[in-house]
Design a protein around this ligand. Sequence first.
Ligand code: NAD
Ligand code: USQ
Length: 395
Amino acid sequence: MRIVVFGGDGFCGWPTALRLSDIGHDVVIVDNLSRRNIDNELEVSSLTPIQPIGTRLATWKELKVKDIPFLNFNIAEHYHRLLTLLRDFEPDAVVHFAEQRAAPYSMKSSWHKRYTVNNNLNATNNLLAAIVESGVDAHVVHLGTMGVYGYGMIEGVPIPEGYLKVKVETQAGDLIDQEILYPANPGSIYHMTKTQDQLLFAYYNKNDKVRVTDLHQGIVWGTQTEQTKIHQNLINRFDYDGDYGTVLNRFLMQAAIGYPLTVHGTGGQTRAFIHLQDSVRCVELAITHPPQKGERVRIINQMTEAHRIADLAQLVSRLTGATIDYLDNPRNEAEINSLNVVNSTLVRMGLKPTTLESGLMEEVIGIARAFASRADLSKIPCRSKWIGDAGQPTS
Ligand code: NAD
Ligand code: USQ
C-alpha cells in the first residue's frame, strides 16, 4: 500500500513509519518539525539522543535499502502542498499524528491554547478537505485520545468504542433506541481539540463518505520498538519534562535518577495505558482492516490496561526502591475516578498486549538509566497550571 504518515518525526509517528516501511509499504513522511521547535521553546531535550530526520532516514535507507521520502511542511497552513501530495502520490491510507499533543503545553497561556486549537483543528480539517478535493479514496487513520470520554464519567457504564446506546423519549412518550457519539467531556484544551476532530470526521464521513478509523488511544509508555532498536541513529524520543513527559515514562526516568516520583494529588486518577510497540501494531491493524465505503466512522479504543496513578507509583517504587512525593495537583481534574474500557476490537483483530509487568524494568535499565546523565532536573516539575491565582492559566 501507499501510505502517508503525517507527524512521522514524532514519538508515535517515527516508529510507525519505520514499521510500515519494514513490512513492505511505500511510506512518505510529512512533518513540519514543530515538536523539535517546541523543545527549543521549552529549553528541553529528549532523554534519548534523537538524530535529525535526515540522519534517521539515511540510516534506514542504508540498513534496509528502503527510501522514505520526507516533506517538511505545516498541514494546518500549507493546504496546496497537501493537496498536491495527495494527487501525486494517491495514497491508499494516511495516518494522522500531526497535532500538538500535550495537555499541559496547551494550558500554559492563552497563546498556547490558541496555537493548539488552530494547529490541531486546521490540520484535521485541511486533511479531510484535501482528500475530498483530490478525489483519492484514502482511508484516514487518526490518533485520537481516551480523554474525549472524560475517563468514565458515567459511573458503572464501561466506556464503549465511541458510540453509546441510549433510549430517547419521543413526544408520544415512547422510548426509542439510538446510538450517539459518546458525550464529549475534555479535560484540557488539547483534549478538547480531539473532541472537535470527532465532529469533523463524522461530518466528512456523512457528507463525502470519507473512510475514517479514529483510534482513541490511552497514554503511551516505552521508547523503543523492533525497528528503532536496530541502530542508535534510529532511537526514538523520550520526553520527561513537565509539559511533554507522560506519567509512566516520567516515573521510570525519575526512578532511574533517584528523583522522588511526582504523583499529582492523591494519585486516585485512573488512566488507560498502552506500550509503544502495541500502539504501532494497532495502527498497522487499523490500516489492514479498513472500513467499507459508506460505513460510519470506526472508533477503536486503543489501550491495553487501566491503572491508578498511585498504584503505578507504588509498582515502580517496589521495583526500583524510588520514594514517592504526593504533590499539589497543577491540573483541574477529578481527584479519583474508576475506568472500565471496552477494547475488544483490537484484541479481535489479533493484538497481543505487552504488559506493564513484562516491560517496565527493561525500560528503566535500557533507556532511563542508560541516558540518565542527559537529564536536566530543573525541567521535571510540572509548572503549567490549569488555573492560576488570578483565575488564569499560568506557566
Ligand atoms: P509528537 O508531538 O511526538 O508527534 C507529533 C508530530 O506531528 C511531531 O513530529 C510534530 O512536529 C508534527 N506536527 C504537529 N503539527 C503539525 C502540523 N501542523 N503539520 C505537520 N506536522 C505537524 O506526539 P506523539 O506522542 O507522537 O502523538 C502523536 C498523536 O498521537 C497525537 O495526535 C496525539 O494526540 C496522539 N496520542 C498520543 C499519546 C501519547 O501518549 N504520546 C496518547 C494518545 C494519543
Ligand atoms: N500525572 C502525575 N504525575 C506526573 C504527570 C502526570 O500524577 O508527573 C497525572 C496527571 O495529573 C493525570 C495523569 O497522570 O492525571 C495522566 O497525565 P499524562 O501527562 O501522563 O497524560 P495526559 O495529559 O492525559 O496526556 C497523554 C498524552 C496525550 C494523550 C493522553 C491519553 O500526552 O497526547 O491524548 O495521554 S489519555 O490520558 O488517555 O487522555
